[in-house]
Design a protein around this ligand. Structure first.
Ligand code: PLP
Length: 373
C-alpha cells in the first residue's frame, strides 16, 4: 500500500484533535485553523513553492510576517510609538534575566511581587544581576491569593509583577498603582483580556500559552527606559541591539513568530480582545460555578483572585481521584492534572479552548457527583 497523501494525513490529525478537549497548561491549545495554516506554510509558504522553514528570514516574505506580527501586537496592546516590540528566543525564563540586566542600574533597586514559582524564578535571576526587594509575597499561603495594597518605594528602578500565576490559578484583576515603571510577565494571560499596554514599562510573554507555540517570546518595552544601567552589555542580552535589528540581529524563531501571527489574525478576525475577554469570562464562570456548587470539589484560591485562564481545584476526598480520572479520560478530556506543587486538578482555559469543552468537563463533574456523593 502506498503512503497516505499529505492531504489525508492533515485531515486525519484535524479530525482526531477535534474530538479531544485540550485543557493543557502550556504549551496550550491553538485554534484548528492556525494549526492548519501553519502546517501548510511548512510545505508551501506564500505560494513560493518553498517552506517557511527554508527561506531567508531577511526575505521580503518573512519581513512581511515580522512587520504584521509586530503591528498586530502593538494594536492589541494599544501601544504608541514610545514602545518597541521584539520577538526573541529563550522563553519567558530568559526575560527573568534580561529584564534586570537592561533596566536595573548598577546602584539601583528593583521591587518584586512574589506570587508563585515563575515570580520566584524572576526574583532569583534579578538577585544575581543587582539589588532587589520583595515588596509582597503570598508564599506563606502556597500562593493562593494576590497580595494587594503594598507600598512601592519611589526610588525603585521598576517593579516586577506576574499578571497570571499559571501554576496556582491566581490572576491580577487590578494593576498596582505605582510611581515607578511596571514590568509584567504576562506569559499565561496575554491577549486574554483588554489591557492598556501603556500602563506598563515593559511587558513580556512566552508565546506558548496564549499567543502561539513555544520558541518565541514577545517583549514590548518603553524605549526611554533603556540604556541607563551603565553596564557593558552583551549583545544578545541587550534589548537595544534587538530593537535596532528589528528582532533580526540574529536569526529569529521564524516558525513560532509565524504561528503567533496566525493566532493574532484569528483573534482580530473574531472580534479582538473585547470578544475574547467575554468568552473567557463565560468559560471561567461556567467551571467556577460548578466547582462551588459541586459537593465533591473545592477551589484552591481566594475567590476574588481566581484566574480566568488556569482553574485549580481539588477533591474533598482525594481517594476518589482515580474514579474521576477514569471519567474525564473517557470524555476525551486531556491535560487537567494539577501541577505537582498544587496537586488536584488544573483546567487551563486559554483563548482557543471552546466553551463546549468547558461544558463537557462540567457535565463530567456533575455525573461524578451523582455517582459518588
Ligand atoms: C510558562 C511561564 C513561564 C516560563 O515560560 P518559558 O517560555 O518556559 O520560559 C514564565 N512565566 C509564566 C507566568 C508562565 O506561565
Amino acid at each position: 500500500m502506498s503512503a497516505p497523501s499529505l492531504e489525508s494525513q492533515t485531515k486525519k490529525t484535524h479530525t482526531n484533535s477535534m474530538k479531544v478537549h485540550n485543557f493543557s497548561a502550556g504549551p496550550g491549545i491553538l485554534p484548528q485553523e492556525v494549526l492548519q495554516q501553519a502546517s501548510e506554510a511548512c510545505i508551501d509558504f506564500d505560494n513560493l513553492h518553498l517552506s517557511l522553514l527554508e527561506i531567508s528570514h531577511r526575505s521580503k516574505n518573512f519581513e512581511k510576517v515580522m512587520d504584521e506580527t509586530t503591528a498586530l501586537t502593538m494594536e492589541l496592546l494599544q501601544l504608541d510609538d514610545k514602545y518597541k516590540v521584539i520577538f526573541l528566543g529563550g522563553g519567558a525564563s530568559l526575560q527573568f534575566a534580561m529584564v534586570p540586566y537592561n533596566l536595573l542600574r548598577t546602584d539601583g533597586t528593583a521591587g518584586y511581587v512574589n506570587t508563585g514559582v515563575w515570580a520566584s524564578k524572576a526574583i532569583k535571576e534579578a538577585k544575581i544581576v543587582g539589588n532587589t526587594k520583595v515588596l509582597a509575597s503570598s508564599e506563606d499561603h502556597n500562593f493562593n491569593f494576590i497580595p494587594k495594597g503594598f507600598a512601592v518605594p519611589k526610588d525603585l528602578d521598576y517593579i516586577h509583577i506576574t499578571s497570571n500565576n499559571t501554576i496556582y490559578g491566581t490572576q491580577m484583576k487590578k494593576w498596582p498603582v505605582t510611581p515607578v515603571p511596571v514590568v509584567c510577565d504576562m506569559s499565561s494571560d496575554i491577549f486574554s483580556r483588554k489591557v492598556d499596554g501603556k500602563q506598563f514599562g515593559l511587558i513580556y510573554a512566552g508565546a506558548q500559552k496564549n499567543m502561539g507555540c513555544a520558541g518565541s517570546t514577545m517583549i514590548a518595552v518603553r524605549e526611554d527606559l533603556l540604556g541607563k544601567t551603565e553596564r557593558t552589555m552583551l549583545s544578545m542580552l541587550d534589548y537595544k541591539v534587538h530593537i535596532k535589528g528589528g528582532s533580526m540581529y540574529n536569526t529569529p524563531p521564524v516558525f513560532p513568530i509565524y504561528v503567533s501571527l496566525l493566532t493574532l489574525r484569528w483573534l482580530k478576525k473574531n472580534g479582538g480582545l473585547e470578544w475574547i475577554e467575554k468568552v473567557n469570562i463565560q468559560k471561567a464562570q461556567a467551571i467556577y460555578s460548578e466547582i462551588d456548587r459541586n459537593s465533591l470539589f473545592k477551589g484552591t484560591c481566594e475567590k476574588e483572585d481566581r484566574s480566568n485562564m488556569n482553574v485549580c481545584f481539588v477533591m474533598h476526598k482525594p481517594e476518589l481521584e482515580p474514579e474521576f480520572d477514569k471519567m474525564w479520560k473517557e470524555a476525551q478530556i486531556s491535560g487537567i492534572r494539577g501541577h505537582r506543587d498544587v496537586g488536584g486538578y488544573r483546567a487551563s482555559l486559554y483563548n482557543a479552548l471552546p466553551l463546549e469543552s468547558v461544558q463537557v468537563l462540567v457535565e463530567v463533574m456533575q455525573a461524578f457527583e451523582k455517582k459518588f456523593a
